[in-house]
Design a protein around this ligand. Structure first.
Ligand SMILES: N[C@@H](CCC(=O)N[C@@H](CS)C(=O)NCC(=O)O)C(=O)O
Length: 224
């Protein structure tokens, strides 16, 4: 397998965690995301992936995009260890938590959204920072309430083993903690507790941005 990804991309980080949890090896292909002249803007990358984003997972002849679709593929093709609960209600709950991060938080702070805000709406650095913090804060308020109020929450977002909900939450926390958003987890104690538990696992450690081969080469790449 080959994973086309960027160390600081939270959606790439999600898939790196899932691959590590399943113990799957892959070739790391770095795709630099940057405000200007990023690899993802190049015509050859757009031809390779018309969505012009990361991650892309190649498995044999298959070329897979969208991190949540990649999770489902991995779960179906490599079922052990599972990253979704076995029961339908548990699966729905975990998918809902993962989708909340993937649909209600991350897209608002995506590079192309922020580039549009800056180029067409006159958003300066300070406005972009406020925008970014707002969507993460309001999103984390929702996740905190959901996790803290539900007995299905365990050491991890759902029970005692990590799932795709944790695979989405931990990278979103990494974005929150970076200087570009500059948040701390104190207002969200359940999220903070789950974050600590995840970071104790080798799979999450292996997937961290700072442990990736393209970490040293940022060259004006997007840092957030
Ligand atoms: N929904 C997609 C989102 C992928 C995505 O937005 N990736 C970001 C990096 S975290 C990206 O490539 N952004 C490029 C851009 O916004 O132009 C997924 O879950 O894979």
């Amino acid at each position: 397998m080959r994973l086309h990804n960027f160390h600081l991309s939270s959606t790439s980080f999600r898939v790196r965690i899932a691959l590590a949890l399943k113990g799957l090896d892959y070739e790391y292909v770095a795709v630099k995301l940057a405000w200007k002249d990023g690899d993802h803007d190049r015509p050859e990358y757009r031809a390779f992936n018309p969505q012009a984003n990361v991650p892309v997972l190649e498995d044999g002849d298959a070329r897979l995009t969208q991190s949540l679709a990649i999770f489902e593929y991995l779960e179906e093709k490599y079922p052990e260890p599972p990253i979704l609960p076995r029961d339908p209600i548990g699966r729905a709950r975990v998918r809902s938590l993962a989708l909340f991060v993937a649909c209600e938080i991350q897209p608002l702070n995506n590079l192309r959204a922020e580039r549009f805000l800056a180029a067409s709406m006159g958003a300066d650095k300070d406005a972009l920072r406020r925008w970014r913090r707002h969507w993460i804060q309001t999103g984390f308020d929702v996740i905190e309430r959901s996790l803290a109020s539900d007995p299905a929450t365990g050491t991890f977002c759902h029970g005692e083993t990590p799932t795709i909900a944790d695979c989405c939450l931990v990278p979103q926390i990494a974005n929150a903690l970076r200087p570009a958003a500059g948040l701390e987890l104190a207002p969200w104690p359940t999220i903070a507790r789950i974050h600590r538990a995840c970071l104790e696992l080798p799979a999450f450690q292996a997937a961290l941005p700072q442990n990736q081969p393209d970490h040293a080469r940022v060259d004006g790449a997007r840092r957030e």
